[in-house]
Write a new protein. Structure first.
Length: 97
């Protein structure tokens, strides 16, 4: 059998939505604005495929460092390294301080 290794491999439960959250998210999630230095949580919305970060960053918290087109650039610490993740605002939630 062929080896399946796509970007959404092993996400059956990770990307599953609650029953009342199914379908598209409200428009307010699309038009969110962030400032550099803001802390945001990466919560992948599986109904929006564009601008979806890699599955390993689901549930992580990062710092906004800039904007690239419609997407936001985040810095995330992954072990001893800092990585730059590019994600659209549908997959981000602001951290309430």
């Amino acid at each position: 059998m062929a080896h399946h290794n796509g970007p959404r491999k092993k996400t059956r439960y990770k990307f599953k939505k609650a029953l009342r959250q199914r379908g598209l998210a409200p428009v307010t999630r699309v038009i969110q604005k962030f400032e550099p230095g803001d802390r945001v949580h990466i919560v992948i919305d599986s109904s929006v495929h564009a601008g979806m970060p890699h599955r390993r960053f689901h549930g992580k918290t990062g710092t906004v460092v800039g904007q690239r087109g419609r997407a936001w650039m985040l810095e995330i610490s992954d072990g001893n390294t800092t990585k730059t993740v590019i994600a659209r605002s549908q997959h981000l939630k602001p951290q309430n301080v």
